[in-house]
Design a protein. Structure first.
Length: 585
RNA sequence: UGGGGAGUGGUGAAAUGGAAUCACACGUGGCUCUGACCCACGGUUUCCAGGUUCGAGCCCUGGCUCCCCAGCCA
């Protein structure tokens, strides 16, 4: 793993352990597994990994690392109809990108098919499993309900010989899909529905992405998963809450087929993030219906999407660390994720200047044709890093349109008619004249004068800050660029909880991305390499898009905006203006 | 109505019978050539009702609310 500063920034230094680490610590101390710790991350290769998986990955790999154990990466590939090598590759890439290493412990449940089959045979021989020949529908009806016990299948008491024979013929391809299944003989009246003779194997005449047509008999998750854990000598099998009921099967199978010390399953609450969806099915739907540009759309909560968006592995790990882990269903706010990303980027993204919505400024007392190259540090004082570049100042520059106001509020620190502002790393200018389009009235240019002595000068002994320092670019030197501003994908915190007659797609945010074309960047950014991250001062953190950006024609994605206390204040003022007066009655 | 889980400020988590703590968010103030970062201060008294105890978020009893389980998905 890594030892970047971000990793050590655990809340409260983490003296206290979460319930999972507590269990692992207990087992380590008691020598339950001879001090050994082995976890595993077991994705099914039928979709892309998302931030919810990242939580699980950080947990499993994190715990293994902290206790000197190892974490296996295992593809839980037991369903030939949905799985694909492309997903395996994306999963491997994503886990690696997150910064984790499984050494030579990459496994596939599909490699265990033969051993699993033998274990099933053993169960049959022990009279603990039987071939059921009921139809799918009959099986459902025999299962009963949560209130009524199920009924035994008429095939439940077949002889061992007959079961063995049937099971072998199921494997050899003699029967069509659905003709028979193998079930554990447990208890059709069990109060835990999962224990009513769970299905272990089903016939599927389907090509498997790894095993081809060598099998037409496939194990169910409930059978393959615990036994794969046992085969790999996993000690702590960590999964999400919805598998709590499945633990009974897990224990039943492993107890019946493996000696102590055997793996045990523990469950934690999966991650829910506000303003996004986390189910593979819904994510797939967004992709297939072209509601997003793909699995790596920067708005997607997928690892691929976050990577393209510019999130860092360190930031994501910091997030996972901060949210902790528990058994209570929870819903985490986006701010927690964004702050972790910012926290990480703050220390590693050099500051540069970009004007997203340009407004022309002519410095009338600046000689025509003159260019002044000004030393500009990449880092603010408090970061304590070295490095700078020279920025050209000329007669015509562009500033942010939002940094000028004709009718500013009392606490305005930026430019206004007759007012002053600091061009960051350069001089102070004063606005003498506002030029506007005669037809539309729109402000098209500001004519300013500058204080030639102001570059490099200290604030001048002023106690209280009276003007802002704003970003700017020289008109003649600026690099045009496209900048994409990403926002939350949905307009409601919990899109999955759609009301009657609606779906999660009804709450899709219509303005979740804004493409800005006429942006102007400082000259050095022309050759930003794809994947390179910067802070555009006073805007946020940005990354040169890995797919669309190229030298000379940069395209930047906003990773995350900077906090903006002023914008917040303005918003609140607007709100109180709206609600205030109407409340008088 | 059965079984399995869970309830601590707005959000996520600590506190393992001994002064409710941390992070994010929010508010106020300070610092600042980023209205960023950073610093300081502020708001909960632990789902409810009883009980045990010198002492309860932790233990007991009874409620309430929410989540999961009736796929040949995982």
């Amino acid at each position: 793993m890594s030892d970047t500063p971000s990793d050590t920034r655990k809340p409260g230094g983490r003296e206290s352990l979460d319930f999972l680490r507590e269990i692992v610590k207990r087992d380590t101390l008691s020598g339950a597994y001879g001090g050994r710790v082995a976890t595993r991350f077991p994705p099914e290769p039928n979709g892309y990994l998302h931030i919810g998986h990242a939580k699980s990955i950080c947990l499993n790999f994190g715990i293994a690392a902290e206790f000197g154990g190892c974490c296996h990466l295992r593809m839980d590939d037991t369903n030939p109809e949905t799985e694909d090598m492309a997903y395996v590759e994306s999963i491997i890439g994503d886990v690696r990108w997150l910064g984790f290493d499984w050494g030579n412990k990459l496994f596939f449940a599909s490699d265990y098919y033969e051993r699993l089959y033998e274990l099933a045979v053993r169960l049959i021989k022990d009279g603990k499993a039987y071939v059921d020949s009921l139809s799918e529908d009959e099986i459902r009806r025999h299962r009963g309900t949560i209130m009524e016990a199920g009924r035994d299948s008429p095939w439940r008491d077949r002889s061992v010989e007959e079961n063995l024979d049937l099971f072998a013929r199921m494997r050899s391809g003699e029967f069509p899909d659905g003709a028979h299944v193998l079930r554990a003989k447990i208890d059709m009246a069990a109060r835990n529905m999962k224990m009513r003779d769970p299905l272990l194997y089903r016939i599927r005449h389907a090509s498997h992405y790894r095993r081809g047509d060598s099998w037409c008999l496939y194990p169910m998750y409930d059978f393959a998963h615990p036994l794969s854990d046992a085969i790999e000598n996993i000690t702590h099998s960590i999964c999400t809450l919805e598998f709590e009921n499945n633990r009974a099967i897990y224990d039943w199978l492993v107890d019946n087929l493996f000696p102590e010390p055997r793996p045990r399953q523990y469950e934690f609450a999966r991650l829910n993030l506000d303003y996004t969806v986390m189910s593979k099915r819904k994510l797939l739907q967004l992709v297939e219906e072209s509601l997003v540009s793909g699995w790596d759309d920067p708005r997607m909560p997928t690892i691929a999407g976050m990577r393209r968006r510019g999130y860092t592995p360190e930031g994501i790990r910091l997030f996972a660390d901060r949210i902790g882990v528990d058994k209570a269903n929870s819903r985490v706010s986006m701010e927690l994720l964004e702050d972790a990303i910012r926290d990480d980027l703050n220390a590693r993204a050099p500051r540069v200047m970009a004007v997203l919505r340009p407004l022309k400024v002519t410095i009338t007392d600046f000689p025509e044709g003159k260019v002044e190259w000004l030393e500009s540090p990449y880092w603010p004082r408090d970061i304590g890093k070295e490095g700078s570049r020279k920025l050209p100042l000329a007669r015509e520059v562009f500033i942010e349109r939002t940094d000028f106001s004709e009718d500013p509020p009392a606490d305005w620190l930026r430019l206004a008619p007759g007012g002053e502002v600091r061009l960051m790393n350069a001089c102070i200018i004063r606005c003498e004249e506002v030029v506007r389009d005669t037809a539309t009235g729109e402000v098209t240019e500001l004519r300013c004068v500058h204080d030639p002595d102001s570059p490099g000068k200290p604030p001048g002994g002023k106690k209280k800050k009276k003007t802002a320092a704003i970003q700017w670019v020289s008109a003649a030197h600026a690099v045009p660029a496209e900048v994409r501003l990403y926002d939350r994908l949905f307009t409601v915190p919990d899109p999955e909880a759609a009301e009657e007659g609606k779906t999660f797609k009804d709450s899709l945010n219509p303005v979740s991305v804004e493409f800005l074309r006429g942006c102007l960047l400082e000259p050095g950014l022309a050759n930003a390499s794809p994947g390179e991250r910067f802070q555009f001062v006073r805007h946020g953190f940005f990354i040169a898009d890995a797919v669309d950006s190229r030298p000379g024609i940069p395209v930047f994605n906003r990773i995350v905006g900077l906090r903006d206390a002023y914008a917040r204040r303005i918003r609140q003022r607007a709100d109180s203006l709206l609600t205030g007066p109407s409340r008088i009655g």
